[in-house]
Design a binder for this molecule. Structure first.
Ligand SMILES: [Zn+2]
Length: 452
């Protein structure tokens, strides 16, 4: 039986592990992370798992199958947060997975495969600007070169690990083999408005979108705002403005493509000077790599045309790129079936944000279940937002229901398959019959944090 009240109590307990009073901030290798890891270890042990902290600080719990040492279905999410985070971001996936195992343990039930739950030590990359440290260590793609990176206080990652009792040289030992893992599945809040807009509690993720980031520099001619006639100007900011509107139009005309100019700087930045130079960023994402490539090409062409027509110089540099991490169809089908078993309409949608599955795809097929969140945001208010929104008439689907938060007890599952894990395991033969695909995540190393 899934206890939604316990899930929410544990979310609150983790939210108290914060360096900010009144807000939730918990970064890699911090005292608050240690606190959170201790809590998660105790909950995993209570759910019948053997639990440990691995060489990078991931908390890993294992619930053996009918026979020991079988490959596992790995469930999890991240335990670190952004600054002033929402309390459901990451933690919901870890705690809901523990609750699923608790449900098996309470019934004395073993599956034909093991279940492992992982609370990743670092996904957000807040402290060192490096994303997916935890999942890359497990996937065996951890770049030991990042150990030299220093945080804002000048503390190198290697030293921060040592100060917390971790030996950086042991990080490769956290890597798992593809044969160990049948699949990696993650429950995460949507961090977008789609499910809420359609009054759906959950959705099946089809892919974690690929992303291209560009840095654009436009060089015009600075001049006095009072003396240079309009017809003689080469205004870099006016050119950039035309570029930005074109980017919006191009992305808006391509289904499932999103493009954002999130940062722009005009120089010299004086009220009485025609801007001579402008720098801005473009973040473009799409669920198919060729579609994203098409969008990026169209955006570059548009910007070049604007620059040529306005007589300004332009330089466009690709700063970061990550390919699509597609979810495995066989996992999507089973997640769909789990949703349908709760009489909830099945909705598939891509993830616009990055998740640990991008790293885990290097060694396992991945699947994701999105839970809607209020306002579509992950970080709006400290500790309270976003929360999974009420499912009203629906029964509990892991943590998507608020039924018991309102003081009513959950009703027992109609079919005895009232949780995701049960639904996933309803056809264990399928899990066993599916060899793990050998595809690799088409992503390049992230130089800077993707605030996913
Ligand atoms: Zn997250």
């Amino acid at each position: 039986m899934i206890d939604a009240t316990r899930i929410l109590e544990r979310i609150d307990a983790l939210a108290r592990c914060s360096e900010d009073p009144g807000a939730l901030t918990r970064v890699f290798m911090s005292p608050q992370q240690r606190q959170a890891s201790e809590l998660v270890l105790s909950w995993m042990n209570g759910a019948g798992m053997s639990a440990r902290v691995d060489a990078i600080g991931n908390v890993v719990g294992r619930y053996e199958g009918e026979q020991p040492s079988r490959p596992c279905l790995m469930l999890g999410s991240h335990l670190d947060t952004v600054r002033r985070a929402g309390k459901f971001d990451g933690m919901l996936g870890v705690i809901a997975a523990i609750e699923c195992v608790q449900s098996l343990h309470d019934r004395g039930r073993r599956l034909p495969f093991a279940v492992e739950v992982v609370g990743f030590a670092d996904e957000e990359g807040v402290r060192y600007g490096t994303t997916f440290l935890g999942s890359k260590a497990i996937a065996g793609t951890f770049d030991l070169g990042v150990l030299r990176i220093a945080d804002a206080q000048g503390i190198a990652m290697r030293d921060a690990l040592a100060a917390n009792g971790f030996d950086a040289a042991a990080i490769p030992s956290a890597a798992r083999r593809r044969d160990d893992i049948l699949a990696y599945c993650e429950l995460h809040i949507e961090q977008g408005p789609v499910l809420e807009a359609e009054s759906l509690p959950v959705g099946t993720v089809t892919a974690i979108n690929g992303m291209s980031r560009l840095a654009v520099r436009i060089e015009g001619m600075a001049g006095h705002a009072g003396t240079v006639p309009m017809g003689l100007r080469r205004d870099a900011l006016a050119a950039a403005a035309e570029c930005v509107l074109g980017i919006e139009r191009i992305a808006g005309g391509l289904p499932e493509v999103v493009a954002t100019v999130g940062r722009i700087e005009a120089l010299p930045g004086a009220i009485n000077v025609v801007p001579g130079e402008v720098r801005f960023t473009i973040d473009t994402r799409a669920p198919r790599d060729e579609l994203r490539g098409h969008a990026v090409a169209a955006i570059k062409q548009h910007c070049a045309e604007v620059a040529a027509r306005r007589g300004v110089g332009i330089a466009i540099e690709l700063t970061q790129e990550a390919g699509v991490a597609a979810c495995a169809p066989w996992l999507m089908d089973q997640i769909d079936a789990a949703i349908a078993a709760q009489s909830i309409p099945v909705r598939r949608l891509p993830s616009g944000a990055g998740h640990d599955g991008m790293a885990m795809k290097a060694i396992a097929d991945i699947g994701m279940l999105f839970v809607r969140c209020k306002g579509g945001s992950a970080t709006t208010r400290p500790r309270t937002s976003p929360r999974p929104t009420p499912t009203c008439r629906r029964k509990s689907s892991c943590a998507s229901s608020r039924t018991s938060v309102r003081g009513r007890r959950r009703r027992p599952a109609r079919t005895g398959r009232g949780d995701l894990l049960d639904a996933l395991s309803a056809r264990p033969g399928r899990l066993r019959a599916q060899p793990a695909a050998r595809g690799v995540a088409g992503q390049r190393p992230h130089r800077r944090a993707i605030r996913a």
